[in-house]
Design a protein around this ligand. Sequence first.
Ligand code: NAP
Length: 246
Amino acid sequence: MRLEGKKALITGAAQGIGKAIALGMAKEGADIGIADVNIESAEKTAQEIRESGRKSISIKLDVSKQGDVSSAFATFIKEFGVLDILVNNAGITKDNVLLRMKEEDWDAVLNINLKGSFLCSKEAVKIMTKQRSGKIISISSVVAFMGNPGQANYSASKAGLIGLTKTIAKEYASRGIRANAVAPGFIQTAMTDVLPDAVKDEMKRAIPLGQFGTPEDVTNAVIFLSSKEADYITGQVIHVNGGMYM
Ligand code: NAP
């Protein structure tokens, strides 16, 4: 058990990669706060974790709203007392080529993917500086490093997360806080299921390992960064992409 007794808050954990991270961390002994805009699905995930024998609560949270973020962290601390790990996982896409991208689609993606992680990280750092320990892991993307047609907003938000991560790592290392990112490639979830088959086939051809990743592949990297084994690692990015970017 690599996370025995640890208390973790995961955003966007009702489904997909966030849910896999939550279940994987619980299996390693952690108690989990499942924070998501979709409270019904969040509660189902929390219930699944409770049935596996760990503590878990669902928390309604829109990461782009300061009021929601403050009360979500307060609820978490009331329940668990400490915050050992924050995973900034909540994210959305609103794709279009630059000339057709609406300002509101730019704002929505930046507000949730980047500002949301800023607000949550700030709340976490407030708690973790007092504890003098804590780990913040943000889920970026391979497109932060490669760019991707149709994803100016998404690529910019995920690249922004890398700058945010490295800055938190430098500012709060002296307080025992580690900040790292995981950059997944193409992972099979609801977010990618909607892509046309032709796009998926083309992407598969661009992956040296010849297959898409699973939410569990991302989970493994997040658990490693959360564990004691990664205590000397901060400000880094782990790429989980089958060799798509190297
Ligand atoms: P997903 O299946 O769409 O799950 C995202 C979860 O976040 C959903 O439960 C969603 O709720 C929730 N969410 C959306 N907006 C939110 C908000 N404002 N506040 C709180 N929660 C919110 O996506 P995924 O594929 O698991 O992706 C998870 C993360 O990995 C994202 O940051 C994504 O960018 C990143 N990523 C994914 C891939 C991939 O290939 N799938 C690759 C690289 C990076 P609703 O469903 O109700 O909106």
